[in-house]
Design a protein around this ligand. Sequence first.
Ligand SMILES: NC(=O)c1ccc[n+]([C@@H]2O[C@H](COP(=O)([O-])OP(=O)(O)OC[C@H]3O[C@@H](n4cnc5c(N)ncnc54)[C@H](OP(=O)(O)O)[C@@H]3O)[C@@H](O)[C@H]2O)c1
Length: 348
Amino acid sequence: MSTGDHTFTVAVAGASGYAGGELLRLLARHPNVEIGAITAHSNAGSRLGDIQPHLHSLRDRILEDTTAANLAGHDVVFLALPHGASAALAEQLPEDTLIIDAGADFRLEEPAQWEKFYQSEHAGTWPYGLPELPGAREALKNTNRIAVPGCYPTSAQLALAPGFAAGLLEPEDVVIVAASGTSGAGKALKPHLLGSEVMGGMSPYGVGGSHRHTPEIEQGLSRTAGEPVTISFTPTLAPMSRGILTTATARVKPGVDAQQLREAWEKMYDDEPYVHLLADGQWPHTKAVQGSNHAIVQLAFDEHAGRVIVVAAIDNLTKGTAGGAVQSMNIALGLAETSGLDMEGMAP
Ligand SMILES: NC(=O)c1ccc[n+]([C@@H]2O[C@H](COP(=O)([O-])OP(=O)(O)OC[C@H]3O[C@@H](n4cnc5c(N)ncnc54)[C@H](OP(=O)(O)O)[C@@H]3O)[C@@H](O)[C@H]2O)c1
């Protein structure tokens, strides 16, 4: 049955934050959505226009408290909250509500990995909202619970999945270095994110395998490869508000050549609405995807090093969070996957 003419009521928890604001920016123009409750924590009671002044059509809406009672009664509830807060709320919401969590609570399969990286009790595992991965769309069609991937994991997996799906890459010695804009760290005030600290320079963080997205990227690439994949992941902070540029490299299996590599990426992405392998010689630029749900990817075979080098660019708040969440919602609700997501990039 097509649900293309149907209107679904949607609530957004964490509407005062960056991810919640981006969700509202996309949902406000979605043809099948009516925005119901919008909730916040310290900003509850405020007018949305005072907190998110770019959301013009919703400026007079009031942010309510983030409680299960305020979120209940909607077809869809988006949770854009600090990790830990979503699991506690989700268990109080009705079974038949489509819950889409932008946080990490339900992304990891292994409780031990969750406990190691998040130092709390594992809440469970929900279908993963990265539709381009093998088997993901089927899982999303049959669920009312979706775990939206982290922003780095979105770009890293989109960069490398075709090579692992085609069995062309060695599963060890995968190196991923990514630069993110500061909105990736959320809106809460932190000294290292002050303009004076960030402008005009770059710095690494979470070095040495300690970043929380490490197990998530390994989990996704291992699922795609059908064998355990080990990565070394280093994130860096770039002086921009939005965007991720990921450079991922992996050793290719003996005998694999440049043409086989290119064909694997073409095969996986040729029919995708939001992931594009660029023309030969053209390299991803974060501005080309800013504000859009598109991811752009390019690869090269470094024959001397025996490695494939893949560069991917996404907007961390769009394809990396809210856009991916809406794309997954569309699939789960039986809508056109691209509904409400036809924004172009915003360069320069
Ligand atoms: N930013 C990104 O690029 C990105 C990408 C992928 C995933 N995510 C995930 O999305 C979630 C939200 O991230 P964000 O960047 O939007 O963070 P943020 O800008 O700091 O926003 C956090 C939101 O959660 C609310 N909140 C804070 N503490 C709370 C609590 N104890 N209980 C309930 N609500 C609380 C805040 O409300 P008040 O402002 O009213 O206090 C705000 O609405 C996180 O889990 C993050 O990992 C973010």
